[in-house]
Design a protein around this ligand. Structure first.
Ligand code: SF4
Ligand code: SF4
Length: 211
């Protein structure tokens, strides 16, 4: 293909796919001024999970600025961020990517982008454990995670299953894990927080649909 043709088709694709209000939406929902990123890439250099992301953290910021909504929300990056805050401590413009990724994950789910299934299953299982017991109960959480995974289209259920079982047995025998869960005092308060979050999320969705 002649270089000129490539440039023309890329420009056309950018015009069709760009949503220049996207950067404002991300800024408002995350509380981070993503417009000030000047692509120094210090965030990418320090990110412990950049090696499994399809777009590195700085690249994601640049795509947000360009209004490439579909490429951002369809990226594995939003699911691979572990919220460690390393980028926020390195960024010369004090941009914290953890809340940006939280906002993008919620947007991706609301808009029907398929999540990274293993990561999403782990998120759901962790939150279910907290709602059920008020704290994480590793054994039931991992049982739920493995079951959720088994029911997905591309399960990673069998990947590392034997070593997981062996590790679990070792931890149980050494008393590091408890077979039965412990409910915390004040569990009702935790459940009330979950209900508040669900109500806030559904009223946001309704007002977006009206507006
Ligand atoms: S460290 Fe900050 S300014 Fe540099 S690329 Fe990352 S987000 Fe942008
Ligand atoms: S918060 Fe996310 S993007 Fe930032 S360094 Fe940690 S894993 Fe990487």
């Amino acid at each position: 293909m002649a270089p000129g043709n490539g440039l023309v088709s890329h420009a056309a694709a950018l015009t069709v796919a760009s949503d220049l209000s996207f950067v404002e939406v991300v800024r408002e929902s995350s509380g981070q001024d993503v417009r000030t990123c000047y692509y120094c890439q210090k965030c990418t250099a320090g990110c412990p999970t950049a090696f499994v992301m399809d777009r590195k953290p700085a690249q994601l910021l640049r795509l947000i600025q360009l209004g490439e909504r579909e490429r951002v929300l369809g990226s594995t990056t939003v699911w691979m961020c572990i919220g460690c805050e390393t980028c926020g401590t390195r960024c010369p413009n004090e941009i914290r990517l953890a809340p940006v990724m939280d906002a993008l994950r919620q947007m991706a789910l609301d808009e029907g982008y398929p999540p990274e299934t293993a990561v999403y299953s782990l998120h759901r299982s962790f939150l279910d454990s907290i709602r059920r017991w008020g704290r994480m109960h590793e054994v039931s959480m991992l049982a739920e995670f493995k079951t959720r995974e088994l029911l997905t289209e591309h399960p990673v259920f069998f990947r590392g299953l034997l070593s997981d079982v062996k590790l679990g047995a070792d931890l149980l025998l050494s008393g590091k894990l408890s077979l039965l869960p412990d409910r915390i005092q004040g569990l009702e308060e935790i459940r009330a927080l979950f209900e508040e979050a669900a109500v806030a999320s559904s009223s946001e969705t309704e007002s977006e649909e009206r507006g």
